[in-house]
Design a protein around this ligand. Structure first.
Ligand SMILES: Nc1nc2c(c(=O)[nH]1)N[C@H]1C(S)=C(S)[C@@H](COP(=O)(O)O)O[C@H]1N2
Ligand SMILES: [Mo]
Length: 505
């Protein structure tokens, strides 16, 4: 006898359950790194529509950083927990990839086998029928078994809604939060109400997914379980195997929950190793999906000066006396004697460029949205000089060098193991160095760059999240390999927060 629920259906269903849990738990980790949601794209303090923290953000700019806003979540609830947004993001990426593959197999076979007719309503009768079922449920009754073949009208609407509406919205809003997508297709992000619109809709989609999952699992056990459970576990309606199916279903759910929690503790047990594995598994997808997107903020018309933010969040505060007396002296002297150092590893030659030297080079200006991978955004008009044109002054790329390292006068906000703080730095690959919208900015909104946003010079890499955009720059340098600097992961946030070297999502 052919089972009602073939093996492929039961397998993709179980995998989906495992993967949705990974996505929810890693998503909550990401949310815990900035537990606030906005519709406004400047994330101005006090304008959140919902928040999961009691902290108040000061109205004044540049005194509070988004890292200070991170909350530590329990590993029982989030993946992996304890303020590990970088690892949470890698798990979210891996979970998304596997969930998409599983979903494609499921939808492909659903249409290939004709079974789609069981879940997609093909007649308007589904509406009155669903209302009938709803009336019965609201009276704490249960529709009789004849209504289920194998699903009733209410299930058809719910399943079609989740598979063909909620899931695609989650995917599309997830894509809209990538800086690579935004800098190449700004209109797409704008269509979702900007980054914060996409982020808030993504959150609401998650809420619907959770409500659906809870109701769905609950109803399987409450409504005709003697039919449902053997159906789900063995593929056939055989009420005589109800007890066996019940035991297997409960044991499976318990095992999956145990697996989710084990992933958190396994990740926390060796975070550096976890980062290595997770980045190795997710990098090929990032490269294929986003590597070809080149930013073109200078040539787009979706974001204009009208979008410039009223408020700009900060990550990293200006250097203090213990960080850099040198920078403080330059600040007090309006940066007249400040010089940008340009150099190369294995070479004594150093170029010293003043602000006037930089201003004499061709100027690039555009309006762009800054996104911190924690989740906040701000829109500004940036002005500066292309990084590649400054490097050209030094000469052609020195032989044996493959990356550019940018170092700050300021120190990292925190190090991975609370060791003494080291200078903030970021390393760029050759493709980022070559991009039109990788600039050294000395202006914001037509005025000299503000102190807390990186004066006198900061990096802008529009195809990446904010953690690459070094503020209070001291030097730029050609290097052979980033393995020899810091913890060898290619930047302060890669070292400390275990971010991916590739900041395109
Ligand atoms: N020197 C230095 N640069 C830095 C940081 C920092 O802590 N120190 N934080 C980075 C991060 S994570 C982000 S999101 C942006 C924030 O830029 P903003 O403060 O101008 O908004 O700066 C980046 N550059
Ligand atoms: Mo950031």
């Amino acid at each position: 006898m052919d089972p009602d629920f073939p093996l492929w259906l039961r397998t993709t269903h179980l995998l989906n359950f495992v993967l949705i849990g990974i996505l929810l738990r890693s998503g909550w980790e990401i949310l815990s790194s900035l537990p606030r949601l906005w519709w406004r794209n400047d994330c101005k303090p006090g304008t959140e529509w919902i928040k999961f923290t009691r902290r108040r953000v000061p109205a004044e700019e540049g005194v509070y950083t988004s890292l200070m806003d991170e909350r530590s979540a329990s590993p029982l609830l989030t993946l992996p927990g304890h303020k590990n947004v970088g690892l949470g993001r890698h798990w979210h990426a891996l979970g998304t990839t596997l969930w998409l593959l599983n979903g494609l197999v499921y939808v492909g076979l659903l249409f290939g086998t004709g079974l789609w007719r069981r879940i997609v309503p093909t007649s308007w009768d589904v509406i009155p029928d669903a209302l009938d079922s709803l009336r019965i449920y609201l009276g704490f009754g249960v529709p009789s078994i004849e209504h289920f073949q194998p699903y009733d009208a209410l299930q058809m609407i719910a399943y079609t809604g989740v598979v063909f509406v909620v899931a695609p919205v989650l995917i599309l809003t997830g894509i809209a939060m990538s800086p690579a997508v935004r800098s190449r297709f700004p209109w797409y992000v704008k269509a979702w109400g900007g980054h914060q619109g996409a982020r808030s809709i993504h959150f609401l989609g998650m809420v619907v997914m959770v409500l659906f999952t809870v109701m769905h699992v609950g109803l399987v056990f409450l409504v005709h379980p003697e039919y449902n459970l053997p159906h789900m576990v063995f593929g056939v309606t055989d009420p005589s195997r109800h007890a066996q199916a019940f035991t297997i279903a409960i044991a499976t759910i318990a095992a999956v929950i145990g697996f989710w929690i084990a992933l958190s503790y396994l990740t926390l047990a060796d975070r550096v190793r976890a980062q290595k594995w997770l980045v190795a598994l997710t990098e090929p997808v990032r490269k294929i999906a986003l590597g070809w997107m080149k930013p073109r903020m200078g040539r787009q018309r979706s974001y204009t000066e009208k979008d410039v933010s009223e408020y700009h969040w900060t990550n990293g505060l200006p250097p203090t006396e213990d960080e850099s007396v040198e920078w403080l002296a330059h600040r007090d002297n309006d940066f007249r004697d400040w010089r940008l150092e340009v150099g190369a590893e294995m070479s004594d030659r150093r170029l010293q460029l003043s602000l006037a030297d930089l201003r004499a080079l061709p100027k690039t200006e555009y309006v762009a949205v800054h996104s911190c991978m924690q989740g906040w955004t701000a829109t500004s008009k940036w002005g500066g000089v292309r990084l590649r044109e400054v490097l050209d002054l030094f000469g052609p790329r020195p032989e044996g060098t493959n990356y550019v390292m940018v170092t700050s006068h300021g120190l990292a906000q925190e190090m991975i193991d609370h060791r003494p703080r080291e200078p903030f730095y970021a390393v760029l690959s050759l493709d980022l160095v070559a991009e039109d919208d990788t600039i050294l900015a000395y202006e914001r909104n037509d005025r000299p760059l503000e102190i807390h946003l990186g004066a006198p010079l900061r990096l802008r890499v529009e195809s990446n999240h904010g953690y690459k955009m070094v503020k209070w720059i001291k030097s730029i340098e050609w290097i052979a390999d980033y393995a020899n600097y810091g913890d060898g992961r290619g930047g302060t946030r890669e070292d400390a927060a275990l971010q991916a070297f590739n900041g395109r999502i």
